[in-house]
Design a protein around this ligand. Structure first.
Ligand code: NAD
Length: 357
């Protein structure tokens, strides 16, 4: 199969980790008889430097004309003082909206070889941790009406509105239930229905969709309780579905429990097969250009791309197994290094994983 991939390397460690992911993907192509064609496009700080805006129209057009999009990371101190709409992060929100990517899928799984990096006590994680957060990505407070103004008494006000339409809740809930059917058939819908109107709509629609999936165990849970349960008994969760802001916070909490930011991939999906795949971490300016970054989150993002956009499950399994094998042999980048292990660079980690495919 031939697949066209738009590649946004971005800033900081972005180019280093994406290069390793392409190396692994090329090896998959060689072994399984596929051809992956990459087109580099600009977004984030590098786009601001080259074109004056964080998300050039040409980038959107190339992404829309591709089968999928691979993203490293964007941002860095150089661009931190620019106004909000011109910062690299505006590119992230813009590309999600432009590609209509409404579902963000973030797995959080405790990898046995890295169990010692988990900050929770062993008695809490002894039953494992393997969950997926399905976060609504283009609605809620991040995309609602916002206003900052000074009133006639000189008092400054600011507001962001958390708004949802029923169809937005319905389509994200369907993604969660379909995913649960391929996993352990359990969905928690996370809201704040005791306080927020938008959550009461969320709950009403989630129940309607749940009725269509009688084979999937379903429960509602309040967001504050979810934050507690994640550190009290994370094994109870399989698929969690929630709105944009809650999902942003809970997915960072869940990823921390797994022990390393450098290990976690993500996928952002819309109605069709086009998706955007990226590691959950940022551009790590503190280690950029030093060949120290952990490329595994980006390599696992490519595995998600194969699974969700290209329907290549065996190829995705091969990448995930290669990562497990390399970790089981004791190879570590600096961020996940522990006593007795072998510390390798970003490029060496990419070579080791590619060699296992
Ligand atoms: P960060 O994730 O970039 O870094 C946090 C810490 O984790 C740093 O110490 C970094 O060295 C380390 N780290 C992160 N990824 C690593 C990897 N793959 N290997 C080894 N170590 C790794 O978060 P930050 O420092 O808060 O943000 C830096 C920049 O990234 C900011 O400009 C921020 O806006 C941006 N950012 C971008 C994205 C994105 O592109 N999706 C996400 C988050 C932050």
């Amino acid at each position: 199969m031939n697949k066209k991939i738009a590649v946004i390397k971005g800033d900081g460690i972005g180019p280093e980790i994406v290069t390793e992911a392409e190396k692994v993907l090329d090896k998959v192509g060689e072994k399984f008889g596929h051809k992956f064609e990459y087109t580099d496009v600009l977004m984030g700080g590098c786009a601001i430097d080259a074109t004056g805006v964080p998300l050039p129209q040409e980038t959107i057009d190339t992404c829309l004309a591709s089968d999928s999009v691979l993203l490293g990371a964007v941002g860095g101190p150089k661009w931190d003082t620019l106004p909000g709409n011109l910062r690299p992060e505006a590119g992230l929100l813009g590309i999600r909206g432009a590609l209509k990517l409404f579902a963000n899928i973030r797995p959080a799984k405790l990898i046995p070889a890295l169990a010692s990096a988990c900050p929770l006590k062993e008695e809490i994680t002894k039953n494992g941790l393997d969950l997926v957060i399905v976060r609504e990505l283009i609605g809620g407070a991040y995309f609602g009406k916002r206003d900052t103004h000074v009133d006639e008494n000189g008092v400054k006000h600011a507001s962001d509105s958390m708004a949802y339409a029923d169809y937005e809740v319905e389509r994200i809930c369907r993604v969660a239930f379909e995913m649960a059917r391929k996993r352990r058939s359990k969905v928690h819908s996370v809201d704040k229905a005791n306080v927020l109107d938008s959550s009461r709509l969320w709950r009403e629609v989630a129940h309607k969709v749940a009725a269509e999936y009688p084979d999937v165990e379903f429960s509602d849970i309040l967001v504050d309780n979810t934050a507690m349960q994640l550190v009290r008994n994370p094994a109870q969760f399989d698929v969690m579905v929630t709105e944009n802001l809650f999902g942003d916070i809970l997915s960072d909490e869940a990823s921390m429990i797994t022990g390393s930011l450098g290990m976690i991939p993500s996928a952002s999906l819309g109605e069709g097969s086009l998706g955007l795949y990226e590691p959950i971490h940022g551009s790590a300016p503190d280690i950029a250009g030093q060949n120290k970054a952990n490329p595994i989150a980006t390599i696992l993002s490519v595995a998600m791309m194969l699974r969700y956009s290209f329907d290549m499950a065996a190829e995705a399994d091969a990448i995930e197994k290669a990562v497990d094998d390399v970790l089981n042999e004791g190879y570590r980048t600096g961020d996940i290094m522990s006593e007795g292990m072998k510390c390798v660079s970003c490029t060496e980690m990419g070579d080791l994983i590619a060699a296992k495919i």
